[in-house]
Design a protein around this ligand. Sequence first.
Ligand code: SF4
Length: 332
Amino acid sequence: MSTAPILRLENVSKRFTRKLDAAERIANLFGAARQEEVVHAVDDVSLAIGEGEVVGLVGESGCGKSTLGRVVAGVHSASAGKVFWRDKDVSRLSGAERRDAILKIQMIFQDPMSSLNPRFRVKDIVGEAPKVHGLVGKADLDGYVDEMLLRVGLDPSFKTRYPHQFSGGQRQRVGIARALAVNPEFLVCDESIAALDVSIQAQVINLFMDLRRDLGLTYLFISHDLGVVEHLADRVVIMYLGRVVESAPVAELFADPNHPYAKALLAEVPRIDARKRVFQPVKGEIPSPLAPPPGCHFHPRCPHAMARCKVEMPKLKEIAPGRVSACHLNEG
Ligand code: SF4
């Protein structure tokens, strides 16, 4: 990483507890021993993201990548650990400083239809936050909204329309305009193009990259689509059952993955058409995050598992400059 971190996570965990329902509480009164279930969605993750960097966060469904994105964006608070924005512990900020830190990190969701209020016109969707936070005066708001719409490639005359009057790609552009309206420096994109047609996906990716160039934005790009991540990320972070198992510059990772899970995730399907890489699913079932396997969480699916892997959790270890992996095979 060539620049100072704009965002840093230090031993961040996020746990969700499923409370007992009424029937279970009553059963306990009669001697049952039902217990609350705890999911360690994110487990002791440390990560630093440099200013202007695009970090791709990948892993199978349920690996905790969306939860981690939400912790970064402040949608969820961390159960343990710290989030630093420009070297300041976000949990210790208050007043204007806290508000500014929160506004600087914006999230773009997968489904723009459910994240945009269907009863609001686009001018209100895009203009509401800058108005509420006093970023733009009432007299200038209309022109400001026009500017945001132009920035994302939408005609400003669309501002009187409602979300349902747009195509999926246009709605995602409205969502991006809404995020840009508060002058963010960091975008967390959570499967932001997954719901779009392939041709539209390419346009939205290009928009993200134009915004990176023009506004100097930093991205945490969460995606199950490894081809997209390879195309746009500088660095890739791979998660498995709540933990980071490998982090590496994108070209190095795709050329030579280190962690057995990364190798399995990046294994390509043989094909005749060489233009598009297609990846095959990792063999074996993902264990339940309610009861992750002891030791290395990946050991039940790992072709290289040893006795030690079943009892000892491997730590992330530097295997090359700017590259870490958590596997006992790296420890000799
Ligand atoms: Fe496989 Fe063991 Fe490495 Fe885990 S620590 S990935 S089980 S070899």
